[in-house]
Write a protein of this length. Sequence first.
Length: 221
Amino acid sequence: MINYIAIEGCIGVGKTTLSEKLAELLHGTPFREMFEENPFLSDFYKNPEAYAFQTQISFLLSRFKQQQALQQQDLFQRPLVSDYLMAKDRIFAELTLKGSEFALYDQLYQTLGRQVQVPDLLIFLRAPLDVIVNRIERRGRPFEKNISKSYLQDLMSAYDRFIAGFHACPVLTVETEELNFPGSLDDVNFVFQAATQMIEKELLSHCVTAGDKKQFTLFAS
């Protein structure tokens, strides 16, 4: 039985939409990251070097506060589906901070990170760079208009490295290029079925890809 699912992936890959749809299928509770409340985010995308440390520390403290609230949820009453994993904070920090700033950040992260709950399942969403750029442009968030393609590519690579070394819980990797979570319940069901089969087979790692027939294959690591 899955009580707590976290969904991760690059900016614009579809995490929040999928988390809300899966929560509906599971009759559970969606848990959404409040990234809009970061007062430095818009300035960071305009001038990353000047605002990286303030932005990252603000995110770290905000995410930790949210994770504390998450741990107070009754996970055995209703499943919970989160659109982020606490570890994402360090993924972003590795890209934006350097030297003594990263060292200071990492000390704080290591202290706080040990206090958060690990999900029963991590769903990792991937898509090609051009697909992600198109999705970001379509949703039209003002503070995202200055994100560069090179930053997104670096972020995608950082996520791939993180997932390759992540063993805290089972991971379902989903290639989303052919999936449309906002517009297709079938696509959401496709991911739900893959997650269910993964748990039933007790595998630690799967990768699923969707074509026109919405068939999928599970690969054990």
